[in-house]
Design a protein around this ligand. Sequence first.
Ligand code: ANZ
Ligand code: ZN
Length: 824
Amino acid sequence: HATYDVEGVQEKWQKAWVDLDPFTADDDSPREKRYALTMFPYPSGDLHMGHAEVTALHDVIARYWWQQGYEVLNPMGWDSFGLPAENAAIRNDEHPATYTYANIETQFDSFQKYGLSFDWTRRLHTSDPEYYRWTQWLFLKFRERGLAYRKNSPVNWCPKDQTVLANEQVVDGACDRCGTVVTKRELTQWYFKVTDYAQRLLDDMEPLHGSWPERVLTLQRNWIGRSEGAHVDFDLHLADGTTRTVGVYTTRPDTLYGATFMVVAPDAPLAAEIVAPDRREQHAAYLEEIRRASDIDRLATDRAKTGVDLGVTATNPVTGERVPVWAADYVLADYGTGAIMAVPAHDQRDLDFARKFDLPVRRVVDTGEENPEETGVATAGDGTYVNSGGADGLDGLSDKAAGIARITARLEAEGRGQGAVNFRLRDWLLSRQRFWGCPIPIIHCERCGEVAVPEDQLPVVLPELKGADLKPKGVSPLAAAEEWVNVDCPQCGVPAKRDSDTMDTFVDSSWYFLRYCSPDYTDGPFDVEAVRRWGPVDQYVGGVEHAVLHLLYSRFFTKVLHDMGMVDFVEPFSALLNQGVVINRGKKMSKSLGNGVSLGEQLAEFGVDAVRLTLVFAGPPEDNIDWADLSPAGSLKFLQRAWRLSGDVTSPAGVDPAEGDVALRRITHRTVHEAAELLEGQRFNVVVARVMELVNATRKAIDAGCGPADPAVREAAEAVTILLSLVAPYVAEEMWERLGHAPSVARAGWPSVDERLLVQESVTAVVQVQGKVKARLEVSPDVSEADLEAAAMADEAVQRALAGRSVRKVIVRAPKLVNVVVGA
Ligand code: ANZ
Ligand code: ZN
């Protein structure tokens, strides 16, 4: 068998594509637009199997759109600020830019060799001053709108990376980058006010059902964590004889009669303000003890309960009882009001606490289960209210919604509370004490306070390393770059200091998809018209690890920009695909397991096309791929088979296929038709299977059917080539040329489908009555026995032949024969 030279074909087309330039998106094209986006990488190291998979899948979509006649924007760039570069710089004692831009070039070369249809004219790097100038500009605009602010608060602190982390970057209590247990620290930090957009972030997800993975929507919904309940006011009686009103947030105001104590977060300012003098020392000691615990630990139901009695009482607003007030770390300072009413009978954490510290438990909802006071198991379900203020209260009622409504109305009427909505979502902490990030464009002046760097002085460019030591020490290395940090106040001119923190890299990636629409624009972050032309992203492809971080932040940015009148949509990504993970022998690839598969080696051995085909063919795109189950060698064999077709065709290019072999033509047209449907449904692996079938059918037609000169063979080979161009672009280009066409096959256009060839072929079924032929029916070759029998019995000629006689038996041999036997 003849085979093609994989390496040679790659080199040849790699060069040719530079001039052919098939994928530069034309802003002025009259065609309908499509925006295909894949998450841009961090420039750490070279590309790996994960990149190979996601980009291969993504490329199928982009190339399909081109073939369908859309003008496709498919850009790529680098998320090039961040810790990996900074850590490498510390290791190698060099500037982070050195590492970053060297890796970018390596990855760029690899992407190019991998044959992806990116529009490289729009390439961007978030660490370029031309880019981060606009990140700074956006920060200032957000600040003008009251959406960026500074506050002092306890923050998540990674002791290893020596930097603060957003809540989203703390996974199971550990830093999501290095795995170190996260602790708390008090710091003055910058925040974005995402909470202002909580309800809209929730509401705007509605239309995304069906085009975003349900799993991601659920994660976002839970992250936003909307709950309904009430704020209830409790009067606190302090040790000095004064009274102070404190609100609690509860989702169960209907259990208020069972609130037998109150708990405040030990680290909330309130605790220090109300604690009785003789408990102060105990409280301080307790604060020290809990400092290291993460929020997740603190909220865990199975954690041993600890706490301190603050020596203060509160009045339960419906029972009038005096109840004790404790501080305990299972209540978080920055959620709700940082104080709760404890209802031990119906909340497990409250019950555990009550049992540990011997506090009263009062059941107020009878669920038919045993009394929590005896079992130690809180009952959270529905039931009938008891011990709840008699008939004037809730006693006897057995409808939770009605109970909540009644007690809330009463609290409102008495001015002791009101219905409330609460969100778990926190504001986005964006300051980082790191060097390799976007500088925060603020100057701190002793006289004027926080002063924005004037727009015409942007970007605030990172300094050379002079004086800056990158080793993490808990303050930003920028603070030590004296020449950089010391400036005159732009407002009053006295000596002042630049803000020395940099922004979380998630800020950089929250708007990059807009920048691609006009990457060289100098009058703003993007040209509003260009975004109107290309936005929103029609298909976003990337990992599910970004379900709450990047995707939530990008959605937030888009909404703010919408409110600023800069974009006319509210959701940035109309559809989202989360690809699966490439694993090996059942396990995640890792150094320690020694099961890593080197992309470079696979490409060298089997070629780009075979590796891409293998990844696409492996299964549904959202499923994990086990490399051990796959056969890139088999993929290459198939590609060779396909390629041979292009050499066997002997009819000339442009020949009219209408006269060609109908059987083969039917297969070709059905394959093209189905492929389009499958591609729309993102069932790429099935498309590959269909192409394989078409290759087999064409081979059969050449060797044992109509022969290589039949125009239907050319038609089939051309369809194979165009379909293959989505997955295996190099060999497809080569085949297209061998078939006598000018390149590039990438823009050849989707093969047109003749509807008449899609109609199922029919066969003739004979219907006999008592062995005599009475009718002939045209039926589908795969008609069922039941359908064939029904059609036969409904036939007029058959009915006439039966003439009212009773039918004894019907013998059906689908699709060819029906024999009706009549009774005596
Ligand atoms: C009384 C009660 C009785 C509660 C009951 C629950 C069940 P979500 O849905 O998450 O909003 N809570 C309020 N603030 C808190 C804080 N800062 N730290 C820890 N827990 C806090 O939950 C709201 C519920 O979580 C509130 O309703 C409160 O406990 C608790 F049978 O109040 B509940
Ligand atoms: Zn000043």
